[in-house]
Ligand binder design. Structure first.
Ligand code: CA
Length: 443
């Protein structure tokens, strides 16, 4: 009996997992990533308790394909998910969404006994077979399209979509960021006695730029009203992170909970309020400002508090890393592109988790290989040395033809494995000039 008890003590309950996923947040809009103007004590505290990543990437510069990569652990181009299902509007094409054949990691966690809940924006399809309730979530509270107003919807106002609890529409009276935090807190309390997974994809700080007076009043010195409201939105997001961590403390589940904070793509430049400094450009682009994002992982006793990880990692890694935390052995048939990060974070493996990372958005392609980054658009190509030029200011394509050739060959090899886009990009493409070259923004 004694031996058995000792053994049982060693078998810990699988950890709870909370994945907080912000939307369109600027790379430098939290204190821990360099903001001097927007205090984010709760997000900063998360970094103090865990690992902060300097070179974390998402798989796209836009919301919907980025989420497809996250949920599948595979380059979303493998199943044709190259572009958004639609723009932010209610014109969302019904037939577009995350391929029902894809087994999401919430589905895996649910299958192994986790209580699973999602609170926020889905953007991976609206039909019933795309709905979060059929893709691995016991509980869903949020909306299905790409954007949503933050205040209760009035008939005469522009409506993007409506908030739902599971498959039932409702009128949410609270500021939406507060509401998603409230529902996550409830879920944590309800499931505190079993392993739970909460996915919290806030639509904050995606447009529309809206915040309640309580949050705007925190920035009395900011004169530009759009900037004031944006800062307030980030502040509300930080409060929401604080409320979620608070619920973990109240339920005494904090110590056995892995908390991740990440963002779905860089801050857009068209709103003129986000800061991606020191990265170049922003959302929609494959320059660093579009695809490099804040990422923090915290798990007491497992991950070193206050540490920084500098090798490139990807949102693709979330799937296998979370499953590893849960003690799940994944079958190789899943063919994930992501990597379990634990041996890298714990120093068992010194090499970078990925040999290379790839991006594709219509004619725009990008690749990161060690310190090198290549961006292609129509007939123009850039090569940057990120180790010495994080802001992608100096194009070395002419100066380093051999390196360029190596990267181009790798990209070509990767492209062979990908499927053509399953649907076209938004018909009204925007074209901009970057260093005098035409860059087509595909959404
Ligand atoms: Ca986004």
């Amino acid at each position: 009996m004694a031996a058995k008890s000792a053994l049982l003590r060693k078998i810990k309950r699988p950890p709870n997992i909370v994945l907080i996923f912000a939307d369109d947040l600027g790379y430098a809009d939290t204190g821990v990533y360099g903001s001097k103007t927007i205090p984010t004590p709760n997000i900063d505290a998360l970094a103090k308790r865990g690992v902060r990543f300097t070179d974390a990437y998402v798989t796209a510069g836009t919301c919907s394909p980025s989420r497809a990569g996250l949920m599948s652990g595979r380059y979303q181009q493998r199943f044709g998910f190259e572009f958004n299902t639609a723009g932010a509007g209610i014109t969302h094409r019904e037939s577009r969404g995350l391929d029902p054949a894809v087994i999401t990691f919430p589905k895996v966690l649910q299958h192994t006994g986790y209580a699973t809940g999602m609170f926020g924006k889905w953007h991976l399809g609206t039909r019933s077979y795309f709905h979060p309730n059929t893709r691995g979530f016991d509980d869903f509270f949020g909306f299905l399209a790409g954007a949503h107003g933050y205040f209760p919807v009035k008939k005469e106002e522009r409506v993007y979509s409506t908030v739902m609890r599971n498959k039932t529409h409702l009128k949410e009276p609270e500021y939406l960021t507060d509401a998603f935090a409230r529902e996550t807190v409830r879920f944590i309390h309800k499931n505190k006695d079993k392993p739970f997974f909460a996915y919290v994809p806030f639509n904050a700080v995606h447009t529309p730029i809206e915040a309640s007076k309580t949050y705007r009043d925190r920035f009395p010195d900011v004169k530009n009203p759009q900037q004031k409201t944006y800062n307030a939105m980030v502040s509300a997001l930080d409060d929401a992170v604080g409320a979620i961590v608070g619920a973990l403390k109240e339920t005494q589940t904090e110590k056995n909970t892995l908390v991740i904070f990440m963002n779905d793509n860089g801050g857009p430049i068209y709103t003129r309020v986000q800061s991606n400094a020191p990265l170049r450009l922003g959302k929609l682009f494959l320059f660093e400002g579009g695809i490099r994002v804040p990422m923090i992982m915290s798990w007491a006793g497992v991950l070193e508090a206050g540490s920084i990880y500098r090798q490139p990692v990807s949102s693709l890694d979330i799937y296998p890393t979370l499953c590893e935390a849960a003690g799940i052995t994944l079958p190789p048939e899943l063919k994930l592109d992501g990597v379990n990060l634990f041996p890298h974070l714990n120093g068992e493996i010194d090499t970078a988790p990925h040999e290379a990372l790839f991006w594709s958005n219509g004619p725009n392609k990008a690749l990161r290989l060690g310190q090198w980054k290549m961006v292609q658009a129509h007939d123009h190509v850039w090569l940057f040395d990120l180790e010495n030029d994080i802001g992608e200011t100096k194009n070395l394509a002419m100066a380093k033809p051999e390196i360029l050739k190596t990267l181009q060959a790798k990209l070509k090899q990767w492209q062979i494995e990908m499927k053509p886009p399953a649907w076209p990009s938004k018909p009204r493409r925007r074209k901009v000039k970057v260093d005098g070259a035409l860059y087509e923004l595909n959404i």
